[in-house]
Design a protein around this ligand. Structure first.
Ligand code: C5P
Length: 226
């Protein structure tokens, strides 16, 4: 049940490269809501810990980094301290490390407050794996956005090439499959279709179609909760 005393939340969860980041940011923009890219937080822990040579197994050190890193989101840029790391955190290597360190409950716990702080008026669109199940179980709308592995690998390929990174389709397919398996099978906050979530398969949808669908569902949920 959505708590009407708090700013409304639209939770958009789904597997890697499902397009949820793009859709979530556009929905947030259309509604004038805040936007939480929770995956970026795990990627920031990944980058900061890699720089300090910390293994993805070292849960206690990783959670210290997660709790103490200075993160800010400024005009679409992701800052770690004074450094713009927006592109650095998008590499496959950093994403893979992020998915390994995200299995530790201590690391996840260390990022909870930071994520809850994004819930501010007039509302929040939050994208990740556990937005509906763990962080915002009272979200007004819960969407599980997915697409076939082939469609996701192709999107990720285009994204990486557009950013000037090198990419290989068969490596991407293997990597996405491994990451899906790790994210879905972990004991702590696994990727699941949360209770009350609506599944949106975007394999054959354009971004605009996916955004319009989420907006229609949100309008309907706002009417029914008024
Ligand atoms: O969404 P993105 O690919 O940027 O996320 C990177 C990794 O961070 C994911 O593979 C997942 O393991 C982890 N993650 C998570 N919970 C979230 C968001 C991301 O475990 N809410």
């Amino acid at each position: 049940m959505s708590d009407s005393s708090k700013p409304p939340v639209i939770a958009i969860d789904g597997p890697t490269a499902s397009g949820k980041g793009t859709v979530a940011a556009l929905v947030a923009n259309a509604l004038g809501f805040h936007y939480l890219d929770s995956g970026a937080l795990y990627r920031l822990v990944s980058l900061a810990s890699e720089r300090e040579g910390i293994s993805t197994e070292n849960a206690s050190f990783l959670s210290k980094i997660a709790a103490s890193m200075l993160v800010s989101f400024q005009n679409g840029q992701i800052m770690l301290g004074n450094e713009d790391v927006s592109d650095l955190i998008r590499t496959e290597k950093i994403g893979r490390r992020a998915s390994k360190l995200a299995v530790h409950p201590e690391v996840r716990q260390a990022l909870v407050r930071l994520q809850h702080d994004f819930r501010q008026n007039p509302g929040l669109v939050a994208d990740g794996r556990d937005m509906a199940s763990v962080l915002f179980p009272d979200a007004r709308l819960k969407v599980f956005l997915t697409a076939s592995v082939a469609a996701r690998a192709e999107r990720r390929y285009k994204q990486l090439i557009a950013k000037g990174f090198s990419a290989n389709m068969s490596d991407l397919l293997l990597d996405l499959t491994a990451r899906d398996a790790r994210d879905s099978s972990r004991g702590s906050a696994p990727l699941i279709v949360a209770e009350g979530a609506i599944v949106l398969d975007t394999s054959d949808l354009s971004i605009d179609q996916a955004v319009s669908q989420v907006m229609r569902w949100y309008e309907a949920s706002s009417k029914s909760s008024a």
